[in-house]
Design a binder for this molecule. Structure first.
Ligand code: CS2
Length: 493
């Protein structure tokens, strides 16, 4: 088999071994600007959109992918060399791989190199939707103040240099200002991040910033921009070297950065698009009037489940989520956490069978082909735990309900933050708050409660005696006996 570099001119050769976009990419208008072109976007929104573009009457919804951070240079360069094309490899449950070339990203920009081009693109009359995957931490929300964090030096930079911004808030403000000044229409800003009420959060954070950066713009945004909430889902591990080699060896496609993902996908979107939208429902997305129950369910079961498996699994020395969930004691812990502490606070989930959902999560976590990295799951836990786990804890505490298992996970996280697993191997901690976490974790050796003092993560949780008692006991037990013995000994009644 001959190898071909993935790019537009090689598509016809590649089509013999892999499915390729069956539509004319050069005819597409860019109707969507997407910020954050990591694996998740390319396995999710860009995939749905690619499916939709196979209907050749759809020509308004090409995507311009924006790499926002310096760190994203590599992905930008890859997309540029490959004319925006990449391979999505679905890792099926039976172990087979289904590779497919995705063509919906038709333009790409590297913000640190071309900030004005990015602002112009976001302000373009053809663009109706700006979508975001900027991670949980990207919204610049401070849990302690429950507000926008103006102390962030990048935000201070953007206030001083509006035409050379570094954050999403600086970019959106300038682009919306141009739209207003030019008498153009507004647009939709659609978050695709794992945050409860992600549309509300985007709106609130953006308006906080605009109220200082460009106060005259606030009212215009309120009447010209919509912020739909959405629940997004598809497990997308980091691509490994083996994935790149395997793709080349089995198909001849040389793709510098393919994306791998599970077969499952879900996108539940609030139908609130002020300037129109693609008919994503024709390719499997669901449009509903209220996304909240779906978001809550996904964040507090799937994402929290991931964090539970990731943190306990890391201490146990595992590398991947399937290893953790396939340990029967850890699995049983997760099952009890979901049933006893999470399910009761989810409220009414009309039309959803919660038991089926939880069962399907265990299957997805257990997919041994996915090999989702525990490192990926535990990265940025300081931004994830407040969204995935603490709302459940707070809801339970408000009702005097059970929090023992969540407290166990937080205690395990405090021990994880010391940087070693139970065998003494170094853990690869990637977290914007890594140094504070490590400092508080060290203080916690003498006084476990010290870890809960990180208010921007835990809020006032340290003042709740029920939680503190359960947490402190769990901390001591894990130090004395290790995670496995503790989870075997836990009394779930
Ligand atoms: C994960 C998510 O980052 C995490 O901790 O839980 O990336 C998860 O895989 C996705 O939200 C799945 O939709």
């Amino acid at each position: 088999m001959k190898n071909y570099k993935l790019n537009s001119s090689n598509l016809s050769h590649i089509s013999e071994s892999v499915s390729i976009p069956q539509y004319n990419r050069s005819k597409l208008k860019t109707g969507i600007v997407h910020v954050g072109i990591g694996g998740f976007h390319r396995a999710h929104e860009a995939f749905y959109t690619d499916q939709l573009l196979h209907d050749e009457s759809v020509t308004d919804w090409g995507i311009c992918g924006i790499a926002l951070l310096d760190f994203d240079a590599k992905i930008y360069n890859t997309l540029k060399e490959q004319d925006g094309l990449y391979t999505l490899i679905v890792k099926e449950l039976d172990g087979t791989h289904t590779p497919q070339v995705i063509g919906s990203i038709v333009e790409y920009l590297f913000a640190p190199e071309a900030p004005l081009k990015v602002i112009e693109k976001m302000a373009s009359a053809d663009v109706k939707i700006i979508t975001l995957t900027i991670t949980e931490g990207g919204y610049n929300y401070n849990e302690a103040t429950k507000d926008f964090d103006f102390d962030n030096p990048l935000i201070q930079h953007d206030l001083k240099h509006p035409n050379k911004p570094k954050t999403i808030f600086g970019y959106l403000t300038q682009a919306l200002k141009l739209r207003k000044d030019r008498g153009l229409k507004g647009c939709t800003i659609q978050s695709c991040d794992n945050i409860q009420g992600n549309g509300h959060m985007s709106k609130r954070m953006l308006l906080s910033y605009v109220s200082i950066a460009a106060p005259d713009l606030v009212a215009w945004i309120e009447s010209h921009v919509s912020f739909p909430n959405a629940m997004v889902d598809r497990i997308t591990p980091a691509t490994s070297k083996a994935d790149i080699i395997n793709l080349r060896e089995t198909t001849g496609v040389e793709d510098a950065w393919p994306v791998v993902c599970e077969p499952f996908k879900q996108w539940v979107i609030e139908d609130n698009f002020i300037e129109g939208r693609p008919a994503w429902e024709t390719v499997g997305a669901q449009f509903v009037s209220n996304v909240e129950p779906y978001e809550k369910m996904k964040l507090s079961l799937l994402n929290a489940g991931h964090s539970v498996l990731g943190i306990l699994g890391a201490l146990l020395g595992y590398d991947t989520i399937d290893e953790a969930v396939n340990n029967p004691n850890v699995r049983s812990f997760l099952n009890h956490y979901m049933d006893v502490e999470v399910s009761p606070v989810l409220g009414d989930l009309e039309g959803i069978d919660l038991n089926d959902y939880k069962q399907s999560l265990l299957e997805r976590f257990g997919n041994i082909n996915i090999k989702d990295q525990i490192d990926r799951i535990c990265s940025e836990s300081s931004a994830k735990i407040p969204i995935f786990i603490l709302p459940t804890v707070n809801a339970q505490l408000a009702e005097n309900g059970p929090v023992k298992l969540a407290a166990f996970v937080i205690a395990a996280w405090a021990i994880y933050s010391l940087g070693k697993d139970e065998q003494g191997h170094t853990l690869n901690i990637k977290d914007a708050m890594a140094s504070l976490l490590s400092e508080k974790a060290t203080a916690a050796i003498e006084n476990p409660k010290a870890f809960l003092e990180i208010e921007s993560v835990f809020g006032k949780l340290k003042n709740d005696s029920n939680f503190v008692v359960a947490y402190t006991q769990a901390y001591k037990n894990i130090i004395d006996q290790g995670v496995e013995k503790c989870v075997i000994a836990i009394n779930y009644n």
